[in-house]
Ligand binder design. Structure first.
Ligand code: TTP
Ligand code: MG
Length: 407
């Protein structure tokens, strides 16, 4: 029998306000709001004492004061919060190495392999809550579930100062009558679109015909249906891990047939992959080309090369040779290029003069592009692409190399 995962979601209660109350006893137990220092600042968060009066994130100072005349405004200090965030991460790591710091005050911990060492998931939850209270003087809410979606739901529904474990066998019954927008990631827009299809609850979403969802939401329809059933494949993403690969893919503005057009996109993707690898000092030995046909059928082929590279043209050359080795069955809607088998660059890689020169050129292009934007300088072949889409994936993060393949 396949045992399910155990994921813990930790979310600080009224984070900025709690930190302020913890560091200034005069603020404890009082309605406070944390604001910025600008003249037109808004409430970033408020203490639960202030929330009782209806004070909410995003309100102006004036609006908050009207609802709660004795509210105390505190100008936020970001370094305090980021510092707390870093220290919290250390605390989580005592229970598992599988920690994802999702936002400044939220983390996901995969405790599947470690909970038995600590007396079970709830024991870990209680212990983390106690440690956070003891070390930082703040409350948090912890949700536990078989995946991130359910753990997040458990936390959201037991705030503040809560601890809730939704076990796998409880998921179905719990979701049956729950409105879809209570699920993480389903906002007003998707809720309204689902409503027009007669879908209001997660139970209805989970039972909706795949074809219907596909037609209205494209590939996301598949994820939505699974979410309605409480299924969520996204794992906890570890930040400190070395990237195993660097990839970019793009859905094309229209389906294409011509090899020459595909080559233009492949060059553009190779440049994005190469640039990212060079920026963070990585090089790889395996090039993968992904082609998704109009029908969504996806084809992936890879090629191992003899030496490590992060050179745009080498990546392009090999990706193109993969394209040449396949017989395209249909028009293409998505192309992806990936560099894997990635290691930290040694600095001694550019042995051949020609390669060294090209690397210098690549570096020069990177510098210009970083200063003036992605499109400032492009290889001439890009310009042959019929319509060049803006293709930075939503998963891209400025802070480091991130595997951004969304296929
Ligand atoms: P949240 O976790 O959304 O809120 P919270 O921790 O204040 O309250 P809750 O108990 O409901 O979890 O956000 C975390 C912190 O991020 C919050 O304390 C302030 C900051 N923040 C902003 O600066 N701007 C925003 O728009 C939001 C939503 C949060
Ligand atoms: Mg919070």
């Amino acid at each position: 029998m396949k045992t399910s995962k155990v994921i813990l979601c930790v979310d600080m209660d009224a984070f900025f306000a709690s930190v302020e109350q913890a560091t200034n006893p005069k603020l404890r137990g009082k309605p406070i709001a944390v604001i910025g220092s600008g003249a037109r600042t808004v409430v970033t968060t408020s203490s639960y004492e202030a929330r009782k009066y209806g004070v909410k994130t995003g309100m102006t100072v004036y609006e908050a004061k009207k609802l709660c005349p004795h509210i105390i405004f505190v100008v936020g200090d970001n370094t305090k919060y980021t510092d707390t965030c870093r220290r919290l991460e250390e605390l989580y790591r005592k229970f598992t190495p599988q920690v994802e710091i999702y936002s400044i005050d939220e983390a996901f911990l995969d405790i599947t392999g470690s909970h038995h060492l600590f007396g079970g998931p709830e024991k870990i939850g209680t212990e983390i809550k106690g440690m956070i209270k003891g070390q930082f003087g703040i409350n948090c809410t912890i949700g536990i579930g078989p995946n991130i979606l359910i753990a997040k739901l458990a936390s959201d529904t037991s705030k503040p100062d809560g601890l809730r474990w939704i076990k796998p066998e409880e998921v179905k019954g719990l979701l049956e009558h729950m409105p879809v927008d209570e699920l993480w990631g389903i906002g007003k827009g998707i809720r309204q679109r689902l409503e027009t299809l007669g879908i209001r609850t997660c139970g209805e979403l989970g039972r909706a015909p795949m074809e219907l969802l596909r037609r209205h939401f494209g590939i996301i329809g598949v994820t939505l249906k699974a979410m309605g059933q409480g299924i969520y494949a996204r794992p906890v993403v570890l930040h400190e891990e070395e990237p195993k690969s660097i990839g970019h893919s793009m859905t094309l503005p229209k389906d294409i047939y011509l090899r020459s057009e595909m080559a233009s996109y492949i060059l553009q993707l190779s440049e994005m992959v190469g640039r990212r690898a060079r920026r963070y000092g990585y090089a790889g030995k395996v090039i993968t080309l992904t082609i998704r046909y109009r029908t969504f059928e996806t084809f992936t082929k890879q090629k191992a090369i003899s030496s490590y590279t992060n050179d745009t043209h080498e990546i392009y050359y090999h990706a193109l040779s993969i394209l040449d080795s396949i017989r395209l069955k249909d028009s293409v809607r998505l192309i992806g290029v990936r560099l894997s088998g990635v290691v930290k660059e040694s600095g001694q890689m550019a042995l051949v003069d020609e390669i060294r020169k090209r690397r210098e050129l690549s570096k020069a292009i990177d510098t210009v592009c970083e200063r003036y934007g992605e499109d400032a300088l492009v290889w001439a072949t890009y310009l042959q692409a019929v319509e060049k889409p803006r293709v930075i994936s939503p998963a891209w993060r400025p802070s480091g190399v991130k595997n951004i393949d969304i296929i």
